[in-house]
Design a binder for this molecule. Structure first.
Ligand code: GAL
Length: 810
């Protein structure tokens, strides 16, 4: 037996896969040694096709992120109606100006060690961008047009036992098919599952906790199974592996076995205490063990009501949420757990408690992390239904595929305690017209059928239309995108008794960039392609954060908000989609590399109720502006503060509820610039100095500082450490306007993966080991190799003292 296991491990190592096997079910993640080629190749699906010259890649993979950026890609003359544009204009960079359009093939040879006749083999894709056509051993096994959909095929009849098999996947992205950078390729994981024909059905188990007290939770397990004379043995364990309850049942209804397990003294799941349980399920046919499954779940209650809004575990909870597109900035759409985790660590520190996957199905990895780290999740499905926003968008597939896509979304993810709401769509043009109301109802009913425990929302921007048509009234959770001036009216007209800010703010800024004179702006464009970071800049349809805060604070019936967006993303460079170069968004609270903009601290000062926030802006390097008005703001959790310029008091400011403008920010509007030091002293409620912060005028760039978010990473060939690189003067002050050309060298047990400076106008490629600092900073991503050891990142720049940092891969 040992020999067989050893042989199996050798085979798996040889074919470069990650396998979990337990005798009854083998799961192989197809990661390494994929062959990849761009272009359409008529024979690529064939078994004996010669792909030796193709590039060897690892999946998840994004073929377009390596660029180059090009103004001509997806260039279009359009009128973006949802942006309230009156006429068509030429637009660039909407989809990131990266070469994602076209056809490409992936091929992989693999053996299926556990497969023999009578077994069932499933090939599971978490997502492939897009219009996937899948072939096994030259035979077509199926297709899936929507790039964000999870899907699987039963490939048993196509597999060869004990021999090499060939998997070929054709993907195709059309122009004008997305409103943002969709990525390109097999950007999420692919798994081969081999199990007995008598087994659990894929995504067939649903665990709910319909009754919860301090003493006991009723855990309901409903499992779709195939085969006769079956029973399920269950063990409920906590994250430490302690067994809390067991049960064996063969109670069967149709193709489902359903039973309840009493879980004593349940530890509830919440963002503050994300306690998790696991159901270890064993499927027996008679006495013979046939299949096993381990399912992560949590015990929690959710309730939405006119009386209290949203309650989690009986406690009124407001969504302090952000919307996130799926790309991970410099590494594109290819899923990476470290990158996702880092985003959540940053958001947690901000006090954020919720994520909306805009505008599509989230990755499994992101949901697992949200379960573990404690984030509420709004899982969305579509940006379009039957009516188009972009010519080749999902509208082409809606009628045929929408139900199947929703079914897979729900079945694959419904056990995640983090998901507290579904969304069937975002700002769909179908908000207009009576047929749209029917579509909304049809989709919502599918969600309800698949999951009766969670409500459904739609992000609605056509608020007048949905008030008229009934679209808003039939939606479980009415979600408003922007339109703060219509909240009261919608609340009155809709019967639900509460509203969600499903998308809010869309304030635009560039990290560390300030424009004078300071003014509230609407879609303002500057020559340098940047937006002002005083956070007074918005779009035609949007508003500044403060307008949402007022509603969140003053109206009990507003159940929270999802800010557009937590991080900048590739594509949609509003307001610069007519001014090249610009290829990524300005909406982020953090920039594309994940570095916080000033706005981060504005949200943190409200949302993070545990830690103090005291942040000062702008920077204080304004050579040439001596004597000119240079407003200073403090974003702080304290109520009042005093500002000093070179020791001279500029007065005390106190948050003032009477005015939206001064309610959340402390502002000194008349400060005259003089080089030196600005200092803010914050006062507590007794008027005592409680905290202070200073910014000095920096001298010339002199040295480099490196700071890694993780100094130890796993030697698994995937984990990343994000190193923030700052250009400093000789006294250690950040040089806030430095754009030094920095060079990166990684030695030892890891490699250089990418860099990102957050400058939306930069056309430097992320994977090249050299990049300009933007506002004095950037991040470098260092990737672990597969062997333990030390990794050194060295950053150098002509004229500056170089520096290095150590990361350990273990
Ligand atoms: C919304 C839309 C988002 C994004 C945003 C920018 O209307 O739902 O996808 O385009 O505007 O402000």
């Amino acid at each position: 037996m040992k020999r067989i296991i050893f042989a199996l491990l050798c085979v798996l190592a040889f074919i470069g896969v990650e396998a979990q096997t337990n005798g009854e079910r083998t799961i192989i993640t197809l990661e390494d040694n994929w062959k990849f080629s761009k272009g359409d190749i008529a024979e690529a699906q064939q078994v004996d096709f010669n792909d030796r010259k193709w590039e060897t890649v690892t999946v998840p993979h994004d073929w377009a992120i390596y660029g180059p950026f090009d103004k001509e890609i997806d260039k279009q003359t359009v009128r973006i109606t949802q942006n309230m544009e009156k006429k068509a204009t030429e637009k660039y960079g909407r989809t990131g100006a990266l070469p994602h359009i076209g056809t490409a093939w992936y091929r992989k040879t693999f053996t299926a060690p556990a497969y023999k006749k009578g077994k069932e083999a499933l090939l599971v894709f978490d997502g492939a961008m897009s219009q996937a056509q899948v072939y096994v051993n030259g035979q077509r096994v199926g297709e899936r047009p929507y790039g964000y959909s999870y899907f699987y095929f039963n490939i048993s009849e196509y597999l060869k036992e004990g021999e090499e098999n060939t998997l070929a996947v054709r993907l195709h992205n059309d122009p004008y098919s997305s409103r943002w950078y969709p990525g390109a390729g097999i950007y999420r994981k692919v798994q081969l599952i081999v199990k007995d024909e008598v087994s659990f059905k894929q995504w067939g188990t649903f665990i709910t906790t319909p009754y919860i007290t301090n003493d006991v939770a009723k855990v309901n397990v409903k499992s779709a199974v195939q085969g006769d004379n079956l029973s399920i043995e269950t063990e409920i364990v906590d994250a430490r592996g302690k067994i809390w309850a067991t049960k064996k049942s063969s109670e069967r209804y149709g193709n489902e076995i359903e039973f309840d397990v009493a879980l004593p003294k349940p530890s509830l799941w919440s963002p503050e205490a994300p306690n998790l349980y696991y159901a270890n399920l064993k499927l027996y046919q008679g006495d013979e063990l046939k299949d096993v499954q381990r399912i992560q779940f949590g015990v929690r209650t959710i309730k939405y009501s006119a009386e209290k809004g949203f309650e989690l575990n009986g406690k009124v909870t407001k969504f302090k949420g952000v919307c996130l597109h799926h790309d991970l900035g410099p590494i594109g759409a290819a899923i990476n757990v470290s990158a996702l985790r880092r985003q959540l660590v940053i958001l947690k520190d901000m006090g954020c408690n919720a994520i909306r996957s805009a505008h599509n199905m989230p990755s499994m990895e992101q949901l697992e992390l949200c379960d573990e780290m404690g984030f509420l999740f709004l899982a969305e499905s579509f940006d379009e239904w039957a009516k188009p926003k972009v010519e080749n968008g999902y509208n082409r597939f809606f009628d045929e595929w929408a139900e199947a896509d929703v079914v897979n979304l729900v079945r694959a993810t419904r056990n995640h305690p983090c998901i507290v709401m579904w969304s069937s769509g975002n700002e769909v043009p179908d908000q207009h017209g009576s047929i749209g109301v029917k579509r909304a109802k049809w989709l919502q009913d599918i969600f309800h059928r698949e999951d009766p425990t969670r409500p459904v929302t739609v992000g609605m921007d056509q608020v007048k239309a949905v008030m008229e048509s009934g679209f808003g009234s039939i939606t479980d959770v009415p979600g408003l995108n922007y339109r703060v001036h219509l909240y009261e009216e919608a609340y009155d007209k809709f019967p639900q008794g509460f509203l969600l800010g499903s998308e809010t703010a869309s304030t635009i800024s560039s990290r560390g960039v300030y424009k004078f004179p300071l003014e509230f702006t609407n879609m303002k464009r500057y020559k340098d392609g940047q937006c002002c970071s005083y956070d007074f800049g918005r779009c035609n349809w949007s508003n500044v954060p403060d307008d949402d805060f007022v509603l969140q604070d003053d109206k009990d019936w507003v159940i929270g908000e999802f800010v557009w967006t937590g991080f900048d993303y590739l594509g949609e460079p509003t307001p610069y989609d007519r001014q090249w170069p610009s290829r990524s968004s300005y909406f982020g609270i953090c920039d594309l590399g994940g570095l916080p903009k000033d706005r981060f601290y504005l949200y943190r000062s409200r949302w993070n109720t545990e830690d103090e926030t005291l942040h000062l802006l702008p920077h204080w390097n304004w050579e040439g502006r001596e004597g000119e008005t240079t407003p200073v703001f403090a974003y702080t959790s304290y109520d009042s503060a005093e500002l000093f310029v070179n020791g001279k008091s500029q007065g005390i400011r106190k948050k003032n509820k009477e005015s939206n403008q001064t309610r959340y920010r402390l502002m000194w509007m008349d400060v005259k610039y003089e080089p030196g030091t600005i200092k803010v002293v914050a006062y507590d409620e007794n008027g005592k100095a409680a905290a202070e912060k200073e910014i000095n005028t920096a001298g010339k760039p002199h040295q480099i500082r490196l700071s890694a978010d993780r100094e130890t990473i796993k030697a698994d060939g995937k984990e990343l450490s994000y190193v923030t690189v700052s250009v400093l003067d000789k006294d250690g002050n950040l040089c806030p306007t430095a754009n030094s050309q920095l060079n990166f060298k990684v030695k030892g047990a890891g490699s250089y993966r990418a860099a990102c400076n957050g400058d939306a106008t930069s056309l430097e490629l992320f994977h090249n080991p050299s990049m300009k600092a933007f506002s004095g900073q950037l991040v470098v991503l260092v990737q672990a190799g597969t062997k333990p050891g030390d990794i050194t990142l060295e950053v150098s720049c002509k004229g500056l003292i170089k520096n290095s940092c150590q990361i350990v891969a273990e």
